[in-house]
Design a protein around this ligand. Structure first.
Ligand code: PAF
Length: 272
């Protein structure tokens, strides 16, 4: 267990926890500010978790800004920053992983088959190390939030998992550390994600309910932007993440889009 967390618990403090991979933007800071409302003390972890990156993914190049992150965390009043080294989290010979049966299968799991096993494993470890009462995660990673809620229930963690709304740039692009990879032109194309969600919501408001049609229209809009490729666009149940055929109740539209060599995700609940 983390010494500082042990001390806080002994002082009878309620611990709120925001796990991150660093390179903070306003989305992270919103998680921290929300975290402060849920606990007497706020712990933030910064760890670029190798187990959640596939062999051809961006683990090596993922942006790392530790000193700047520590300054930003201090500026919003974080009590403890926990930034372990990779070998402190994964000992030589590590061979225990946390797997969920169905939630990781669709959506991002289709093109990132071991991603959620890496996320679930590191989050379970961080929960054991930090022993928070409340943990906060962004809704931009909707499937991750669903996986972690399930994990906390299934493994009997006495931790309240809180989802925090996505923070967007002025034009609607969801904030992400990976936005730093985008060129100026790609940054324009990245707006395709938000615009397609907006379009789908408008179509639903005009009584288009057929999921296939909505997915097709959203996909067409995305590829009308230069340098974009759809990884997936899906409409599913917000709790089970199972596909829906008609949007006659609130449904999750989730999507992943390649903009050049950067894969971005976003989602929205479409409400008829
Ligand atoms: O969302 C993230 O930044 C990561 O997936 C998390 C939850 C910190 C686990 O590494």
């Amino acid at each position: 267990m983390l010494q500082e967390a042990d001390r806080l618990l002994h002082e009878g403090k309620t611990i709120a926890f925001v796990p991150t991979m660093g390179c903070f933007h306003d989305g992270h800071l919103a998680l921290m500010r929300e975290g402060q409302k849920h606990g007497d003390a706020l712990i933030v972890s910064i760890f670029v978790n190798p187990a959640q990156f596939g062999p051809t993914e961006d683990f090596q190049t993922y942006p790392r800004e530790l000193n700047q992150d520590i300054r930003l965390a201090e500026s919003v009043g974080v009590d403890v920053v926990f930034a372990p080294e990779a070998n402190a989290m994964y000992d030589r010979g590590h061979e225990t992983y946390v797997n969920l049966e169905t939630l990781p299968r669709g959506l991002c799991g289709l093109s990132r088959p071991d991603h959620f096993r890496g996320v679930a494993t590191v989050v379970a470890k961080l929960f054991n190390i930090v022993k928070p009462h409340v943990a906060l995660f962004g809704k931009k990673d909707y499937q991750q939030l669903a996986v972690i809620r399930r994990l906390a229930r299934d493994l009997s963690y006495d931790i309240k998992v809180v989802g925090v709304p996505t923070v967007r740039e002025a034009d609607g692009l969801a904030m992400s550390s990976r936005n730093t990879y985008l060129s100026k032109e790609q940054r324009r194309s990245a707006l395709a994600l938000y615009e397609s969600l907006q379009l789908a919501q408008e179509l639903v408001a005009q009584e288009t309910k057929d999921a296939g049609k909505l997915i097709e229209k959203a996909s067409r809009l995305i590829v009308s932007y230069p340098d974009t490729k759809v990884d997936y666009v899906t409409l599913c149940d917000p709790d089970t993440l199972e596909d829906v055929e008609r949007v006659d109740r609130p449904s999750l539209m989730a999507l992943a889009v390649w903009v050049g060599r950067t894969r971005l995700i976003d989602n929205a609940i479409l409400t008829p």
